[in-house]
Design a protein around this ligand. Structure first.
Ligand SMILES: [Zn+2]
Length: 121
């Protein structure tokens, strides 16, 4: 595996950013879980059918958002692991550097732009 082309100081900064991001994401997940109508144990007692349908939809919406955030959480975690291994910023598919500009925008990016585009085709 090629080594990272980031300096120690840069990596420290990125690590801090990733840890902040991770904290924000896990708080968002908690908030969503609280907002989920299905999380209320009294929910089914007095619900009208149309209210039920609305809550069902809201529940599905929240679940989808949580799923997305959890995959983001995994990406952040693996970026942190790559920093520890000294392999941060290397594309996980082709092994080339991802590019600092891209990582500036998405510090947990796993793929370079080329591989990303290939995946989307
Ligand atoms: Zn690549």
């Amino acid at each position: 595996m090629p080594k990272t082309n980031f300096s120690q100081a840069e990596l420290e900064k990125i690590k801090k950013r990733l840890l902040e991001e991770e904290k924000r994401v896990s708080e968002d997940i908690k908030d969503l879980e609280k907002a989920d109508p299905f999380a209320d144990p009294n929910r089914l007692l007095e619900n009208e059918a149309d209210e039920d349908a609305r809550e069902e939809l809201e529940h599905e919406n929240i679940e989808a958002q949580i799923k997305q955030l959890k995959s983001l959480q995994r990406d952040i975690k693996s970026a942190l692991e790559l920093i520890e291994k000294g392999e941060y910023g290397i594309c996980q598919m082709c092994g080339k550097p991802i590019g600092k500009q891209r990582l500036e925008l998405i510090p947990y990016a796993k793929l370079c732009v080329d591989c990303m585009n290939k995946l989307e085709d």
